[in-house]
Ligand binder design. Structure first.
Ligand SMILES: [Fe+2]
Length: 589
């Protein structure tokens, strides 16, 4: 009999306020996963119950909610109750406590109880989707992060680091994983949180926490060693395996941390995010350095103590690809696996895997877990909207030719990716060979800070030729230095300040059509690399549907849009269609 388990990360109440998602498991295997933001169309979908994501999971297998065998939530309310204020917890434990209170107090307590008993709210939200609501089970937040990294890593044993802002009251947890599952080795409790440390710096530099951290990482290489900043920060925080950052992370949110930084550094927070002077760049550099040295020391210490060379990483901080590279480069670390959906959206994956024997979970091969759209459906959409299109027969080759001619190409294929990176299914592609191409993507398409780097997709077979210390890296979650003799080929996808790059390596078995596109681009240009940035406008989630792709295509300076087998060109930049395309563009009878 087929079993179906739904795991989802709500983002309401105390379940965490950002990045809700849902995933469906059939007979234990992950068959579908999507972030709510891709459907609600608001980035990070803060304070949102992932109703659309849940419905998408059910639709994928034509299920009703009542058909599910159970539901798993990546959050343990019993753990959360531990952080209720002591007096309140004690008061509520007294027999008959509630009846002794005044009506007003009773209302207050009932409201509080509702807050701290989130399962009932979840249940009523689920009942709106369907009844009966299947049994709901809960699992600790960091255990779910850990399973999301270890179970699909392919490792027999590993040190697992889960590093985030906080989940329940954990901020960083060191785990040992083997065939029997996961064992907790060390816990760094909230507020001793590396995620909040980096969030405080992010807010100080003018961005929003849980949003601008990647930009701070991207800014860091523009900075330099700055002994004065470093001395000041080291007075505030202790780095390394016994790290202590609480001086900056106590209190709610990052307000206190920002004020501490303002006082200690003697400068107010940046109120013009995106523009930085050298001092601010240096601060980003130092913050990144302290984060890296801490996580590397934690990894090395426990890898050494337990005699384990493999490291698996998850939690929002593991989206920091520079930090991941430092861990991989450590002489005591053999192999690293980073869960590509490292942030909280990936909790739904871990919640579904946690109860399985790690060896029974297949090695992660893709994050393309979302919806896909049939070519006939897209054809109808185009014809209804009177949008002329071609059908070149070999769209990979067609797109490669247009890229080589300098076109900016929207590339929409197959299933939507889960996680922050587009990996060749909802991507905007460009020629990687000149910085001019990068500037055009910025000017016409992405409308984002000029100094931020773009990333490449490259044939896995060419990775060694282009990257120092290359290893297969299919998820854009690790960073490498480009080889000196290849830098000129890929100028648009190097970090301008340090010549590093955050690649996606591609094999034919992982994504045949995308592999073919890059191979064709190599045939024409000699370079087996394309610039790949996510298909979305500034501050918008990655597009999910052909309609959204079309809207962005016409709202942005893209030249070509490839929707599955069909190609749309903008008149101003269109080239003479190939005979193939012309033939195919003739109306069918
Ligand atoms: Fe988390």
């Amino acid at each position: 009999m087929t079993t179906h388990v739904l795991a989802f990360k709500p983002a309401i109440g105390l379940y965490g306020q950002h990045d809700p998602s849902a995933a469906l498991f059939e007979n234990g295997d992950l068959v579908f996963g999507i972030e709510e933001e891709r459907l609600s169309r608001t980035k990070h979908a803060t304070n949102t119950f992932p109703e659309r994501a849940i419905r998408a999971c059910l639709d994928h297998r034509r299920l009703e909610l009542g058909d599910l065998d159970r539901i798993v939530l990546p959050y343990d309310p019993r753990l959360r109750a531990e952080i209720l204020p002591h007096y309140l917890r004690d008061a509520l434990r007294q027999p008959g406590a509630l009846s002794k209170l005044s009506a007003l107090e009773r209302t207050a307590v009932t409201q509080l109880q509702a807050r701290f008993r989130p399962a009932s709210e979840i249940k009523s939200r689920l009942a709106e989707i369907g009844t009966p609501v299947p049994p709901i089970e809960t699992r600790p937040h960091h255990a779910c992060h850990a399973a999301s990294a270890f179970h699909p890593s392919g490792f027999d044993e590993a040190i697992v680091l889960t590093v985030d802002a906080k989940g329940e009251y954990d901020s960083t947890v060191v785990w040992y994983g083997d065939g029997d599952g996961l064992r907790r080795i060390r816990t760094y409790e909230h507020p001793n949180s590396l995620g909040l440390f980096f969030a405080a710096v992010t807010e100080y530099l003018g961005y929003r926490m849980f949003n601008g951290e990647g930009k701070v990482m991207g800014l860091a290489p523009y900075g330099r060693e700055n002994p004065e900043i470093e001395r000041t920060l080291r007075r505030l925080v202790t780095t390394g395996v016994d790290y202590d950052v609480t001086d900056l992370t106590e209190g709610w949110g990052t307000g206190r941390g920002v004020r501490r930084l303002e006082r200690a550094l003697g400068r107010p927070r940046n109120d013009a995010p995106g523009e930085f002077d050298q001092w601010q760049k240096d601060l980003a550099y130092v913050a990144q350095k302290l984060l890296e040295e801490t996580v590397v020391d934690v990894a090395e210490t426990y890898a050494g103590r337990l005699g384990v060379g493999n490291v698996a990483l998850a939690g929002g901080v593991a989206l920091n690809c520079k930090m991941n590279a430092r861990v991989r480069e450590s002489p005591v670390v053999d192999q690293v696996f980073v869960q590509p959906v490292a942030h909280d959206a990936g909790l739904a994956l871990g919640a579904g895997w946690l109860d399985r024997r790690p060896a029974d979970v297949p090695e992660m091969e893709t994050v393309s877990l979302g919806p896909e759209f049939a070519v006939e459906e897209i054809r109808r959409l185009l014809e209804t909207n009177k949008i002329p299109y071609g059908e070149p027969g070999d769209v990979a080759r067609y797109a490669a030719e247009r890229l080589a001619e300098g076109a900016l190409v929207g590339w929409f294929q197959g299933r939507l990716e889960m996680g922050p990176r587009a990996l060749g299914n909802r991507s905007i592609l460009a020629d990687p060979r000149s910085v001019d191409s990068r500037d055009r993507v910025n000017r016409f398409v992405k409308h984002r800070e000029e100094w931020r780097p773009f990333a490449p997709s490259m044939l896995e077979s060419a990775a060694e030729e282009y990257l120092e210390g290359a290893v297969p890296s299919p998820y854009m979650i690790d960073a490498f230095r480009a080889r000196d003799d290849r830098k000129d080929d890929v100028a648009a996808v190097l970090h301008p300040a340090d010549d590093t790059t955050r690649p996606q390596t591609v094999r034919a078995d992982q994504n045949p059509r995308y592999h073919r596109l890059i191979s064709e681009f190599e045939r024409i240009t000699g370079v087996p690399v394309v610039l790949n940035t996510s298909f979305n406008d500034h501050a918008e989630p990655i597009v999910a549907t052909p309609t959204e792709a079309l809207k962005d295509f016409y709202g942005m300076g893209l030249d070509v849009l490839v929707l599955e087998d069909l190609v749309i060109e903008k008149a101003a930049t269109a080239r003479e269609p190939t005979p193939d395309a012309k033939r195919a563009a003739l109306p069918e009878n």
